[in-house]
Design a protein around this ligand. Structure first.
Ligand SMILES: Cc1cc2nc3c(=O)[nH]c(=O)nc-3n(C[C@H](O)[C@H](O)[C@H](O)COP(=O)(O)OP(=O)(O)OC[C@H]3O[C@@H](n4cnc5c(N)ncnc54)[C@H](O)[C@@H]3O)c2cc1C
Ligand code: SF4
Length: 480
């Protein structure tokens, strides 16, 4: 432990002299992966058992945090695991990637009193990682098999959480996904340094062992439409996430080496998984040795800047039109990126791209922004400052401006599927059923871009709703 602490402190000291290009992946993996685990028991005992569990209230899964912290502090890890996994399908994943500063930890009473939060996420991760190591995590074995079959479109956290609960209840579950691997954004969006991919794959294996069938490389809209699948299953769940990248309409935006965030992150994650990725190997999606500019202020932007640092970029800059206090991304992620020598240009609006003789981007022309009085949403209105243009040198520009829903009624050839003005699926919030009877929806495709923990919550709720729906249908059939 002392050695690791020393390594951490030494690295902190060394960092100011380092450029982004010198801080490689190997500098970080050990720290973020190992630092919290040995301290888990000591950390858990810091919980004051305050009796006002704001942490639990602010956890979307209402995890019974104080009780599993107490069990951990007492060394009763198997019981802690059982309690933690009763409300969370993937505790080790949430422990790694929830923005705890905005959820449980940000509301810890000890944090509020200025003594530093109990590191709830790290302990949650530790409990379940230990449970896997000890063989306590077993595939679901339903008490009885049910003949009804359920189709789930989308193998992200929402779809997988629903698949797990439905399988536990004995249903025959088939999950369809257009990707070649299971996990949704857990596998191809969130970078490896935040969420190691074997952690996701091990969950997929467990679901397979419990009897869930996965049909990968199966794109609904191409390989079947919604109606085809509805006929094959007694109920359907749509959990397809949101994937239409928001575009930056600006002169020069067609220049080479201006890429969407998800293309960049998928290439990096595929490389990490050992795949052959021509666009990475050609250098097009590799930041090594480049001046990288990431546009956006959300968590996706933070993942891109931190990935670029690990790939050995020469410099990494993040352009965001508002200030730090108003950015949508987690403050903890920004602090991590700053620690890794990412330069943030706050209140900076890119408005055109300059290219070289080969049509490759060479700079981003940017205007300084004045933040005016708040609008009706309460956010300060950004106004460009005249004559404040400046150029930011760039060999690779990553656009991380957020995601909207794809046009599902059209894609799925299902005009009856009602959607909101934003394109997300309309549901009855009591039953989570869409406008089509027997078809439910959950996760980002209902909420818009959100969080893994909300996807899990929605998937679990949808599973309960589907169970109610099918059980009622069975009762009706028996009564007739
Ligand atoms: C880069 C990035 C980083 C993020 N980092 C974090 C983080 O650190 N912490 C956090 O809590 N949240 C994070 N999020 C948000 C989080 O990943 C999402 O909120 C969550 O994954 C949503 O889960 P989901 O199951 O609704 O959708 P997804 O995870 O998007 O899964 C949807 C699945 O549906 C499949 N699919 C889509 N259309 C079809 C079709 N037509 N046919 C078949 N399959 C289809 C997709 O291939 C995908 O596998 C991040 C998001 C991004 C983009
Ligand atoms: S699921 Fe997320 S919010 Fe809930 S306790 Fe775990 S880390 Fe905190």
């Amino acid at each position: 432990m002392a050695e690791k602490l020393l390594k951490f402190v030494n690295l902190q000291r060394a960092m100011p002299e380092k450029r982004a290009s010198e801080t490689r992946r190997s500098d970080f993996g050990e720290i973020y992966a190992e630092f919290a685990a040995p301290a888990a028991t000591a950390q858990a005992s810091r919980c004051s058992q305050c009796g006002v569990p704001f942490c639990q209230v602010h956890c979307p899964l209402s995890n019974n945090i104080p009780d599993w912290l107490k069990l951990t502090a007492e060394g009763r890890l198997e019981e802690a695991y059982e309690m933690s996994s009763a409300t969370n399908t993937f505790p080790e994943i949430c422990g790694r990637i929830c923005p705890q500063d905005r959820l449980c930890e940000g509301n810890c009473v000890i944090e509020q009193s200025g003594h530093g939060t109990v590191t709830i996420g790290a302990i949650e991760k530790y409990i379940t990682d230990t449970a896997f190591d000890m063989g306590w995590v077993k595939p679901a074995k339903p008490a009885r098999e049910r003949k009804e079959s359920i189709g789930i479109i989308g193998a992200g956290p929402a779809g997988l959480a629903a698949a797990d609960l439905l399988r536990r209840k004995g249903y025959q579950v088939t999950v369809y996904d257009r990707h070649d691997r299971v996990g949704g954004l857990l596998i191809y969006g969130i970078p490896n340094f935040k969420l190691e991919k074997p952690i996701v794959l091990r969950r997929a294996e467990l679901l397979k062992e419990s009897g869930v069938t996965f049909k990968t490389n199966f794109e609904v809209g191409r390989d079947a439409n919604l109606d085809d699948l509805r006929k094959q299953h007694d109920a359907l769940l749509i959990a397809t996430g949101v994937y239409k990248a928001r575009e930056l309409q600006a002169p020069g935006s067609g220049a080479k080496n201006i890429v969407p965030a998800l293309d960049y992150l998928i290439a990096s994650n595929r490389k990490g998984l050992g795949d052959h990725v021509p666009a990475f190997e050609s250098g097009a999606l590799d930041a090594a040795g480049k001046n990288v500019v990431v546009i956006g202020g959300g968590d996706t932007a933070m993942d891109c800047v931190r990935t670029a640092v690990r790939q050995g970029a020469k410099s990494v800059k993040c352009l965001y039109r508002r200030d730090r206090a108003n950015m949508p991304g987690s403050q903890r992620e920004v602090a991590n990126a700053e620690e890794e020598r990412v330069e943030f240009l706050w209140q900076s609006l890119p408005h055109s791209f300059l290219d070289d003789a080969e049509g490759k981007v060479r700079a981003v022309r940017t205007t300084r922004i004045h933040l005016g009085p708040p609008d009706s949403t309460g956010r300060q209105v950004p106004t460009p400052i005249e004559g404040s243009d400046f150029d930011v040198e760039a060999d690779l520009v990553v656009k991380a401006l957020g995601f909207d829903a794809e046009e599902l009624p059209k894609l799925f050839d299902s005009p009856a599927l009602a959607v909101t003005a934003a394109g997300t699926i309309k549901i009855d919030w009591r039953t989570l059923m869409t406008a089509i009877p027997g078809v439910f929806a959950a996760g980002d495709i209902v909420r818009g871009a959100s969080l893994v923990v909300w996807g899990i919550r929605d998937g679990r709720d949808a599973a309960m709703s589907i169970d109610n729906y099918l059980s009622k249908a069975l009762q009706h059939a028996a009564a007739e």
